[in-house]
Each structure stands twice: as C-alpha cells, then as structure tokens.
Design a protein around this ligand. Structure first.
Ligand SMILES: Nc1nc2c(c(=O)[nH]1)N[C@H]1C(S)=C(S)[C@@H](COP(=O)(O)OP(=O)(O)OC[C@H]3O[C@@H](n4cnc5c(=O)[nH]c(N)nc54)[C@H](O)[C@@H]3O)O[C@H]1N2
Ligand SMILES: Nc1nc2c(c(=O)[nH]1)N[C@H]1C(S)=C(S)[C@@H](COP(=O)(O)OP(=O)(O)OC[C@H]3O[C@@H](n4cnc5c(=O)[nH]c(N)nc54)[C@H](O)[C@@H]3O)O[C@H]1N2
Ligand SMILES: [Mo]
Length: 686
C-alpha cells in the first residue's frame, strides 16, 4: 500500500530513521531492483554527504541472510527460539482472534511496547496508535530515553528548544556535557571540529575518558550523577567573580535570588569532593564559561540516566542565562530541538477512538515489574497480550532478569514485529517480518536539527516483510474495525503527520524542508515558559509540591566505603551499535569484538584482573559475564559496560541490563541505567 511504482534503477531519497540526533538524509542507489549503496545526501546541510559507519553498511543489514522473511509461530517452549513458518493469513487471523478474546474480558490486559527502532512518524505510532486506541489497550509511557532531561528543559526553558546545531561551528567555547559526540552525534562533532580549528576551546564532562573526551582540550571525569553539583559550583564562581550578565538576568530570568542562595552553598571544595575531581578543573571551567563570548553547551542524554537526572539538566540549563550566552547565535545550549516539530498527533494517532475510556498507563522502563504484575490488583489487570514493534525490550529494558521472567510466562501472548530474531523475538508466540527504511514510506523530524525529512521506499519489501503500519491495517481489518482511518495508506499517513504547516509537495520534490526557526531563539528572552522567562524557580513544580529550584539529588546507589558493591557502572553506547540494533551485523560486531567492561588500572589491580580476563559484573539483581579491558577510559571507582549487546551473544547469556535497576528519575518517569552499583570479580585468566 505504498502508492508508488518502484523504479528498477534509480537513486532514491530517504532518511535515516534511527534514534540519533543527526537524522541524516539518505541517497539509495538501486540497480535492477536491488539497493547497492546507501550514502549521505550532499545537498542536505546537516548530513553533508557523510554517514556513520553503521548506516553506510545498511545494505548489509537489509539483505542479511538472517533477515526475517516470513511470519513465524512458536513451536517450542517460550524463549526456546523454536518456530515454524506460517502464512500471513493464518498469523493475522489467529492474532486477531486472541486479541478479541482478551479484549472482551478486559482491553487493558493488552499492552503495546515500542520505542526507537524507527523514529518515523508513520512507522512508529500512526496506525499502531489508532489500533490500540480503538481496542482501549493500556497506554505505554514511552519514557525510556529522554524524558528526565526533556522535563528538565520544559521546566527551565519552556520546551525542548535550543541552539541551532550549525552555529556551534562559530562558538569559541564548547562544553560537551554527557555526550560522546563522536559516537552518538557525529555531525555535531564536525561542527565542533570546525570551531576548534578556528580557535575554540573544547571541554568534555563525562565519567568516561571517551573517544570524544580524548580529543577535547580539557576533560572533567566526574563521578556519575554529580552534574548538578558541578553546575552549582560554576554558578558560585560566576557570582564570586562577577562574570554575570546582570541585564540579561534581570530582564529575562525568574528566581535568581533563590538560585544564587543555593549556588552559594556549593564551594569549589564541596563540589570537587562530590564530583571526585580537582578543584582547579572546576575553577578553570567556570572562568572559561564566565569570560568567553560565544560559549555553548552541547548537553546530551547520557547525564540524565540517574536519579537526579532532570534536576541536573535544570541546573545546567540555567548557565547560559546567567552569562547572557543566549544573546549570540553561537552561544547557549542544545539538548534537544524536538519541540520545534508540531506533529499532527490528533489526526495521526486518533485519540478520539478511545471514546470515553481512559486506560491505565504502564511505564516501559518497569516492564519487568509490569509483566510480573508485582503491583497486584491495584495495577489493574495482569498483562495478557504484548505487541512489540520498533524495540528489543529483553535486551534494552532495565533489570533483564525480571523482564525475561515476565516474557517467559506461558499465559502471556506475545507478538514481535522485527527485522531479526532478537532476544525479544525469541520469546514471541508470533514473529512478524517488518520492512526496513529502504522498503517503506515515512516522514520524520529530528532532535538534533530542525528539518523535516521524507523517506521514499527504494526497493520492494524483502521476503514477505510488511511495514508496521500495514501489519496494523491488516490486524484492524481482521478485528472488524471499519472506520475509514484504518485503510489510510502510508503516503497519505505521511501527509496527515506533517499537517498543513509544512509544504508536502516540497518534501516530495526535495526530500527535506527546513523549519523556520530563529537563529538565536532566546537572545531577547521569549522563553516559552508560563512567565516568558528562563525559570530558575518554577511555579509549576511548586504547584506539584516539588522543589521549585534545581538541586543536586544524589544517586540512589551512591558508592560508600565498605560497600558490597563499591563500583559505579555506566553503560553508554558502543560506537558501532545503536542501542541493540546492528549488534548482529557481522562487520560492525567485528569492530566491537565482544562484550566487555572497562575498568581502571587501580580497580583492576585490586582484583587481580588484567585485560582479556573473563570477569563477572554483579550485584543483588544479577550477574553479567564479559571480558575485562583495563583501560584509562575508566576512572577509578567507575566501570564502563559498553552496550547494548544481545543477551544471546553474551558469555553467560546476559548483558549489562542484568544488573541495572527499575527505579525511576526525579522527574519524567525515566530509567536510571547509569545509577547502578556493582562489584567486578575475576572468573578466568586470559
Ligand atoms: N553510535 C551510537 N549512536 C547513538 C546511540 C547508540 O547507541 N550508538 N544511541 C542513540 C540514542 S538512543 C540516544 S538517546 C542518543 C544520546 O545518547 P547518549 O546516551 O547521550 O549517548 P552518548 O552521547 O554516546 O553518551 C553519553 C555519554 O554520557 C556519559 N555519562 C554517563 N553518565 C554520566 C553522568 O552522570 N554525567 C555525565 N556528564 N556524563 C555521563 C557516558 O560516559 C557517555 O560518554 O544517541 C543516539 N546515538
Ligand atoms: N544499559 C543501558 N540500557 C539502555 C541504554 C543505555 O544507555 N544503557 N539506552 C536506552 C536508550 S537511550 C534507549 S532509546 C533504548 C532503546 O531501545 P530500543 O528502542 O528498543 O532500541 P533498539 O535496541 O535499537 O531496538 C530497536 C529494534 O527495532 C527494530 N526495528 C527497527 N526498525 C523497525 C521497523 O520499521 N519495524 C519494526 N517492527 N522493527 C524495527 C530493530 O531491528 C531493533 O531490534 O535503550 C535503552 N537501554
Ligand atoms: Mo535513547
């Protein structure tokens, strides 16, 4: 249902749908109906003709011999990975019959589970939302990634807005805060390099001596979850040395007196102690921030995966207003640009199909608890059917032991729509083959820039794959849903998604359209907060009985002397994987080699561990076996378990999430992957 005739030989304009701030424009070369090359579109300024290693190997992934080709039905015990091939007709009819039976009893026993496999507006929540709304299924709180930081921005700046990524190339100081840009934001890194060549100073704040930290002038290797303490100490230095823009503060901010009072309690020595770094580094950072014109912060989500993640973002987001950095287009801060996009959700998702029903919402980061119904009757009905698309929860959700226990329930009916036989697909009752970006229509914005991009299909679906939207159309039909919205095709869904404010004809013609956004959004205040100011103090938080000011909120799991689990573990992305996607692409896995944990020389020596040894990383939640890499990338007291490997490729069939917890952040109901204490022990010498 694509409304398009595919050309056998063509160069087709598309977009990269992966969960990454860069959202590249793609050009796919098709020869004899086969995609032979995927490249970055040189005409798109943010892509500039360059792709990351992962996506430039997209044809390898698309035509992988491991690609799922047909619908599969479970034939062995749950989790055994034993399936038989069935027809689409049989699969759709049986799934619809099962869902009808469950819905007749209690529609909230049905739960969708999806996230960032494909960020496109059509292949993520368009037809799927309509389908689940019509059923009255439980709603899913899609907060596994960015919602703590997102809330932090909303309460401070008024939305997910910030600097335009291209103007970082004009900055004179760039603070790369909680981001390994070389890994996760390569097109921003090009801007930072340009700035560096023009004399900018680059400072990285990251517990790990990452690939990016290595290339910056200064690296502050702080203890995980201590970013707010650092931000407050910078504020205090700004006050003490009078590096403030009093005019900007007076005209465009709210609550400075209260914030200053809190900041004054953060002496250099207090912050240095909490952050585990030298006072002189904080002093230098504060001076650079306070005295450089065109000073910019590239904040990323790595620093908000801890208990106080949202408050930390709030504290950091106050810094540009204090020095008036927003006055220049090359100054300010960027965490996310996504509030610029106004997706037409009312028509796309059709919440009206719920009628007067108000189903409960389950948090995707507590899936382990949800599936095991630990809340009992108070949580409503036990989940009886789970439909997974665009996600691999068995690998990526925290505390996998609980997640696996839930998926293994014989009375849970699970459908997984996938490209590959992932850890999650192993637990399915039905596995349905889905199309990749080269095979379907979509349209999408970005969280790193402000262009809307269109994706045209380049090739016919591989095997019997169908797009997510087509699968939900078929299911809707089989369920007897006859509203016209269930037969809207994908190209029409693209039009519906962008609404009337974007010129869809221009998208069809060029493949991308830039939104009209100001160069320096907050040069004259105009923050989209209730007060119109940058809100150091938030009435909205006060009204919820919460602290109206940002604060340093220590981690749930703070290292203390004599603890059984003395090491803090963070699990940031490996460069050649995207969360758990691409782990099965052989040429990429060859670069990452095998699951490992980076450990400092001092922590390794104390445990008799050398590089290449097999170790176990463990706490009360479980244990994860991998190789040790004794490395200067790890600071003492912190180990880095790079993610996110498929469990079945792990040495003991687990991955880093075996030890992470299901606790949630201060605001935004987000997970705390990097707030996790462990011990590491030697299992076997290399
Ligand atoms: N290649 C690749 N690119 C990706 C991804 C991927 O998996 N692989 N993931 C994508 C996704 S889903 C997202 S959400 C984005 C952003 O993803 P992010 O999670 O922001 O990823 P990074 O920028 O790689 O890493 C964040 C950095 O934060 C550091 N960090 C960890 N804890 C703390 C802390 O407490 N404080 C500070 N200051 N730093 C900390 C980590 O060591 C890491 O270097 O990237 C996307 N891009
Ligand atoms: N320990 C630890 N855990 C983490 C993180 C961490 O830093 N540390 N990061 C967290 C973050 S930031 C995020 S965003 C989540 C990401 O978690 P997920 O959103 O689950 O991302 P992926 O692991 O990439 O899995 C996406 C799956 O969707 C499939 N897919 C892609 N496109 C399509 C499609 O069009 N249709 C269908 N049906 N399937 C498709 C892919 O094949 C892939 O298996 O993980 C989180 N988990
Ligand atoms: Mo993410």
């Amino acid at each position: 249902m694509t409304n398009s005739v595919l050309e056998k030989n063509a160069i087709v304009r598309g977009l990269c749908p992966h969960d990454c701030p860069d959202t590249c424009a793609l050009l796919t070369t098709v020869e004899n109906g086969r995609a032979v090359k995927v490249q970055g579109n040189p005409d798109h300024k943010h892509t500039d003709g360059v792709l990351c290693t992962k996506v430039s190997r997209y044809t390898e992934r698309t035509y992988s011999p491991e690609r799922l080709m047909f619908p599969l039905k479970r034939s062995g015990p749950k989790g055994s990975g034993q399936f038989v091939r069935v027809s689409w007709e049989e699969a759709i009819a049986d799934i619809a019959a099962k869902l009808k039976t469950i819905a007749a009893h209690n529609s909230e026993a049905i739960l969708p589970y999806s996230y960032g496999g494909t960020m496109g507006w059509v292949q993520s929540e368009s037809m799927a939302s309509r389908f689940f709304h019509k059923i009255g299924a439980s709603l899913l709180d899609r907060t596994i990634c960015a919602s703590a930081g997102g809330e932090g921005l909303v309460y401070t700046l008024g939305g997910k807005f910030g600097m335009q990524t291209e103007f970082f190339s004009e900055s004179k100081l760039i603070v790369i805060w909680g981001s390994n840009s070389i890994t996760s934001n390569i097109h921003f890194w090009r801007r930072a390099q340009e700035a560096k060549r023009n004399g900018a100073k680059l400072i990285c704040i990251d517990p790990r001596h990452s690939e990016t930290a290595e290339k910056c002038h200064v690296h502050l290797a702080i203890q995980p979850g201590t970013d707010a303490a650092l931000a407050f100490a910078i504020m205090r230095e700004l006050v003490v040395n009078d590096w403030l823009d009093h005019d900007y503060i007076q005209k465009y901010t709210l609550g400075w007196d209260a914030l200053r009072e809190r900041a004054m309690t953060w002496t250099l020595s207090r912050a240095a102690e909490v952050c585990g770094i030298d006072e002189s580094l904080i002093k230098e950072l504060a001076k650079d921030w306070g005295t450089t014109k065109k000073a910019a912060i590239r904040l990323n989500y790595g620093m908000q995966r801890v208990k106080g993640g949202a408050n930390a973002v709030r504290a950091v987001a106050c810094l540009p207003a204090l020095t008036g950095a927003w006055r220049d287009r090359a100054g300010g801060l960027l965490l996310s640009s996504s509030s610029n996009f106004k997706v037409n959700k009312i028509d796309l998702h059709r919440p009206d199909l719920l009628g007067s029903r108000r189903p409960r919402t389950l948090n995707m980061s507590t899936l382990g608890n949800d599936l095991n119904h630990v809340g009992g009757a108070e949580w409503g009905p036990q989940v009886k059917a789970l439909l997974v698309y665009n996600s691999n929860p068995v690998a990526i959700a925290p505390q996998s032991g609980k997640v696996v226990q839930g998926f293994a329930r014989e009375d849970l009916f699970t459908v997984v729509m996938e490209h590959f036989q992932t850890d999650t697909a192993d637990y399915a009752d039905y596995v349905l083959p889905a199309t990749t970006q080269l095979e379907h229509w979509d349209v999408q914005g970005s969280y790193g820039h402000t262009d809307v991009l269109l994706n045209r299909p380049a090739i016919e679906p591989v095997g019997q794959a169908k797009s997510n939207s087509e699968i939900f159309r078929l299911l809707a039909k089989a369920m007897g849903f006859d509203e016209p919205c269930f037969s809207e095709d994908d190209l029409s869904l693209c039009r519906t998604a962008v609404g009337s404010k974007i010129d869809f004809e221009a998208l069809l013609a060029h493949g991308f359209v830039a939104l009209n956004v100001p160069d320096a959004p907050f040069a004259q205040g105009a923050f989209p907060t209730p007060s119109g100011r940058c809100e150091f103090v938030s009435e909205r938080l006060a009204a919820q009985g919460l602290d109206p000011l940002p604060n340093h909120i220590p981690n749930y799991e703070v290292p203390a002397a004599g603890d059984r689990y003395p090491l803090a573990m963070i699990s940031p992305p490996a460069r050649n994987f995207l969360n758990s996607t691409f782990v099965n692409v052989e040429s990429l896995r060859a670069i990452e080699k095998e699951p490992l944990v980076e450990i400092s020389l001092i922590d390794a020596a104390a445990r008799g561990i050398s590089t290449g040894d097999t170790v176990k990383v463990f706490n009360d939640r479980g244990e994860y076996h991998c190789k040790a890499d004794v490395s200067a990338r790890a600071r003492p007291g912190v180990v880095n378990g790079l993610g996110i490997w498929w469990r079945k490729m792990g040495l003991n069939g687990t991955n880093v999430n075996e030890v992470t917890s299901q606790l949630l952040t201060d605001l935004g109901r987000a997970p705390v992957f990097y707030d996790c204490q462990v011990e590491v022990a030697l299992l076997q010498k290399a």
